[in-house]
Design a protein around this ligand. Structure first.
Ligand code: SAM
Ligand code: SF4
Length: 327
């Protein structure tokens, strides 16, 4: 399944809910969002059906996300269904980790193979300032649970650091990658906050963060995990671990993008910043067969945009925010 620019779609981010138990400033307003009515959210069976169609047309890597995926009580079932589909090579999850510790064993048993846990600060007060919840301990319990599962490695820690707040967190987070089984990924903040308060000045460029880490613990470049991987990888020169930088704003990687996104209400998005979506839920609920759904998918992929132009003159975006898309 290639788009008009020859990019082959291999990975899908599947949002299983738009709800969340945190309120990260760069994502959600303090009061939360108006959640989707339950009947608009895909059921477990509908998610499996749409991922099956994607897998038949070449998607092999599926990342479950949200909102917060662990808000769904049937998450292990969803993971098991996806992991059992022909063509699916790997099921992973991005989570805020708050509800992870008690649920991880079931998820791994269901077929979950990789986890990214989002942690922006290891300081309880700064964690609360960012997420508006005092849940750092629970997230760290979730990470400790991950570390006990050898088959989950590498466990990734996602950190979005914003200027004026995040500088103090760079080295403590980088140190996690030196002392535990974690690859720490620094992600530039994107204009996908529901408040619309993003400014380019808030972004700490990945290159600046890398130089801060390098000044303390020298880094050496490492190979990208895959040509389409969004992150650049760096190893500590003394051999103790790895950090990554996802510089979506300052160094866009759209030319290598192999992703599509399925929202919790069954809309296919070929780009985080797309203003249009392809509705898969309506035809599915109206009885379309797999070929009919695949045709919708193929048409959307054919129109995947070349890339975003965040921060460039005249650029604007008034689409869904991150938790409503599925990050
Ligand atoms: N709730 C889960 C979590 O936080 O990991 C999964 C969904 S969240 C939308 C997925 C990832 O998107 C997280 O790592 C989060 O930090 C990141 N994210 C959210 N808003 C963002 C923004 N405006 N810019 C960059 N990354 C963002
Ligand atoms: Fe929730 Fe994840 Fe958004 Fe934070 S980034 S508010 S945890 S969906």
């Amino acid at each position: 399944m290639a788009d008009a620019f020859g990019r082959v779609v291999r990975s899908a981010r599947v949002s299983v809910t738009d709800r969340c138990n945190l309120r990260c400033r760069y994502c959600m307003p303090a009061e939360g969002l108006r959640w989707l009515p339950r009947d608009e959210v895909l059921t477990r069976e509908e998610i499996a059906r749409l991922v099956r169609v994607m897998a038949r047309w070449g998607v092999s890597d599926v990342r479950v996300t949200g909102g917060e995926p662990l808000m769904r009580p049937d998450l292990a079932g969803i993971v098991a269904d996806i992991a059992a589909l022909p063509g699916v090579r790997e099921v992973s999850m991005t989570t805020n980790g708050v509800l992870l510790a008690d649920r991880l064993d079931d998820l791994v048993q269901a077929g979950l193979r990789r986890v990214n846990v989002s942690v922006d600060s290891l300081d309880p007060d700064r964690f609360e300032a960012i997420t508006r919840r005092r849940d750092l301990d629970r997230v760290l319990e979730g990470l400790a649970a991950c570390a006990r599962h050898a088959d989950l490695g590498p466990i990734k820690v996602n950190a979005v650091l914003q200027r004026g707040l995040g500088e103090l967190d760079v080295l403590p987070l980088a140190e996690m990658a030196r002392t535990g089984p974690f690859v720490v990924r620094f992600i530039e903040s994107m204009p996908l906050d529901a408040d619309g308060a993003w400014t380019a000045e808030q972004v700490i460029p990945g290159d600046e963060l890398r130089r801060m880490v390098d000044a303390r613990w020298p880094l050496a470049p490492a190979a990208r995990e895959r040509p389409s991987a969004p992150a650049t990888s760096w190893r500590f020169a003394d051999g103790r671990g790895e950090v990554q930088f996802v510089s979506s704003v300052t160094e866009p990687f759209c030319a290598q993008c192999d992703r599509v996104r399925l929202t919790a209400d069954g809309q296919l998005r070929t780009c985080l910043f797309a203003t249009g979506e392809a509705d898969l839920r309506t035809p599915m609920r109206a009885g379309a067969d797999d070929d009919g759904l695949a045709a919708v998918l193929a048409d959307a992929v054919a129109h995947k945009p070349a890339g975003h132009r965040i921060g460039q003159p005249g650029w604007s975006y008034d689409g869904r925010s991150m938790s409503r898309i599925g990050g």
